[in-house]
Design a protein. Structure first.
Length: 445
């Protein structure tokens, strides 16, 4: 009952906030995500597990009834922390002082150039990355081993750190789609969209990520809904349906690929949504990782570096969580997967219950900062396309997969794309400023 109340509170808070600002922000998507996960998701997991449909996670859920109420109340603390972070940012960092990175409103040709640069860079870096594996097609033979972390079974690759940057093609595809919505339908834009979309499908196939595949595909109808919708309520309803469609699509892909995830959709969803609750209960019961003192956030910039530089001396929080539940971290004793850390468990592991509030505040602040940068993009189609993907990738999945390593690795392409766009959009302007003042008046020295 408390879980359903939490879901209703989150939905109502998202609706009130979106109606107040007359738009759906990253905060609203995040509220819907945590309401769905810790509210409706918990009810589904508990029901299916109690009925015997989730045996793999039953040992980490059913014996911990004493922690159920703690989890429910902690979810409300997380909700409050997110609001604190969202509203605390503007007084500290006035968004009006953010640099305007988009001059394309004055020069409409700038965005196609940026997006083509992202696509070309994605293809080039993917070519360099896959060279050790036999090229663009050769890497497909090793995709499963790479995803499982069994790097000893694949050829050594000094350029493995370039793997995430193939995802720049996805950002290019989203940007070209946004230009098409903004009625920039030149041959260059149409061709760029087709090529970047097809190359993105190849990248996603090589990554073997069901959720990443579905998030990318769902981003396009969500972009269309956000671009055309004027009602926050109906937009959030469509967004909720889009995310449900993502989960259903992930189940369909599992069946299609003969992965045999579960007997039916409900059991599949219960299996996929069990780890946040199992992790929370396991960490409370184990008790040795409840005061990490936010070291996971302090070391977050290190995750921007190639993993080979830090993997031997820095243990991400996901590895710690995996060791508690699986008995060993990924890559040892036959463990080939990682148990992710959700937002609630991440906060618990930093400073027990108070850590949940503070972690929620950091997440809310991150969303506000990203929203501020998105709002500086003057081309509406591009802005909406980028915001739709980040709503799913950061605001929604950020609640499910919250460890700093995953947040950075999943979004490092966005960081790279932002830096590239900043340079390419402003570079012509900088060249003009370097000219002598009298050169603007047509005077020859």
């Amino acid at each position: 009952m408390i879980s359903l109340l939490f879901a209703l509170v989150c939905g109502f808070a998202a609706l009130v906030h979106s109606m107040k600002v007359q738009r759906v922000t990253l905060l609203d998507w995040a509220l819907l995500a945590i309401g769905g996960l810790y509210g409706i998701g918990w009810v589904l997991v508990l029901h299916v597990t109690a009925a015997g449909g989730n045996p793999g996670w039953a040992q980490w859920i059913l014996p911990f009834q004493d922690y159920y109420l703690v989890h429910n109340l902690s979810a409300f603390l997380l909700l409050g922390g997110i609001f604190i972070g969202w509203y605390l940012v503007p007084p500290i960092w006035r968004v009006k002082f953010l640099p305007n990175t988009d001059i394309a409103v004055r020069r409409p040709d700038r965005w196609p150039r940026v997006l083509w640069a992202l696509l070309i860079l994605a293809v080039t870096l993917q070519g360099v990355y896959t060279h050790s594996y036999g090229g663009f097609l050769g890497v497909l033979e090793y995709s499963a081993l790479i995803r499982s972390g069994l790097f000893n079974a694949v050829p050594p690759n000094p350029f493995s750190f370039l793997r995430p940057f193939g995802g720049l093609a996805m950002i290019a595809a989203l940007g070209f789609f946004g230009l098409l919505l903004s009625r920039n339908r030149s041959l260059s834009v149409r061709l760029g969209f087709v090529l970047s979309f097809l190359f993105s499908l190849y990248i996603l196939y090589s990554w073997l990520g069901r959720m990443a595949f579905m998030v990318f595909l769902v981003s396009f109808p969500l972009t269309l809904a956000m671009y055309r919708s004027s009602s926050p309520f109906w937009l959030m309803a469509k967004g909720g349906l889009a995310f449900i469609g993502t989960l259903v699509g992930a189940y369909g892909m599992s069946v299609l690929l003969n992965l045999k995830p579960a007997e039916n959709l409900l059991e599949f969803l219960a299996k996929e949504l069990s780890y946040p609750f199992a992790s929370f209960f396991a960490q409370l019961a184990y008790g040795e990782h409840l005061f990490r003192g936010f070291v996971d956030f302090l070391w977050a910039p290190v995750f921007l570096l190639p993993s080979s530089w830090w993997t031997h001396w820095l243990e991400p929080v996901g590895q710690v969580n995996t060791a508690v539940i699986m008995g060993a971290p990924k890559g040892e004793r036959g463990v080939t997967g990682t148990i992710p850390v959700d937002l609630l468990t991440l906060g618990l592991m930093q400073l027990h219950i108070p850590g949940i509030i503070l972690t929620g505040a950091l997440f809310g602040a991150l969303l506000r900062i990203v929203q501020a940068f998105l709002d500086r993009i003057s081309c509406r189609g591009v802005r909406v396309a980028f915001e739709a993907n980040l709503a799913l990738q950061l605001a929604v999945l950020g609640a499910f997969y919250s460890e700093p390593e995953l947040i950075i690795s999943r979004n490092i392409r966005w960081i790279a794309a932002a830096l590239i766009a900043f340079v390419l959009l402003r570079l012509p302007n900088l060249r003009v400023r370097l000219l002598p003042r009298h050169a603007h008046r047509g005077v020859v020295s």
